[in-house]
Design a protein around this ligand. Sequence first.
Ligand SMILES: Nc1ncnc2c1ncn2[C@@H]1O[C@H](COP(=O)(O)OP(=O)(O)O)[C@@H](O)[C@H]1O
Ligand SMILES: [Mg+2]
Length: 269
Amino acid sequence: MNPFTFGNPIKDPARFYGRREDLRQIVNRLRSSAHESTSIVGERRIGKTSLLKYLDTPEVAAQLGLPPAEYCMVYIDFQGLTDITPERFWQRVLRKMERSICLPELLPEIQALREMGAFDLFDLEDLFESIAGRGLTTVLMLDEFEYVTQNPNFGSDFFGGLRALAIHQNLPLLTATRRELVDLCHSEELKGSPFFNIFANIVLRPFSRAEVLEMLDGKIILDHPDSEPIQNASSPWLTTMGSTELLLDEKQIVQANFYWVLGIAFLYH
Ligand SMILES: Nc1ncnc2c1ncn2[C@@H]1O[C@H](COP(=O)(O)OP(=O)(O)O)[C@@H](O)[C@H]1O
Ligand SMILES: [Mg+2]
């Protein structure tokens, strides 16, 4: 069976490789006394969603030093949500929090707030204060966050509020975007917002040679030690594609090579 699948983000932690230094930095910042936020930046298909999903796995998070009794990981994907509003943003966050296994005793409070419909920053502050009061840090993982920063429905007041919650109410953020957040604002005014200085940037890079080898180790018999996925630092996606190519029989290699070149052209155009 082909152990390499490509297309969808990695959901099974057993299929997740590398990224140890990035994870270490993200976790250290979350575990610091200020519970600091991180902005994960990287090209399409470099592995942003896979990284967030990895952190969204309770056993993995616990192993990395974020036990569910202390850190509640809440993953939200904004892909395609072009007409989202701040109200719907918070509705989505609260609904995701209700489903999260680490917050059962806080369920009534979260539900009550969500059902109120129109709530303001004070209500959210109260909620996150009572969550923090129980020794829990909620980590908001906001995937494809450009759908929010580029949307004019979200003004400086929204980002000011989110910043206040992140800093003062124990609500660190992990955002994933294709470019740096300041370069993804819908207005110049927003660009100057202090919201963006709560983040440290982590730029996801193509896999190092060591990471590629780690990913390939034991999965395939390497008849081609000089093959491209090993020779060149490669995105995990390209490594997957390249590995699939190595698993194919000779007749299919031409076709796989075609996709490989397409992939490179696509990633580095
Ligand atoms: N850490 C990883 N280990 C193994 N494969 C990965 C990893 N990160 C990404 N991939 C591969 O790359 C593809 C694209 O990853 P994804 O997380 O969807 O990227 P992004 O969210 O940046 O667009 C996935 O389908 C998967 O095959
Ligand atoms: Mg993604």
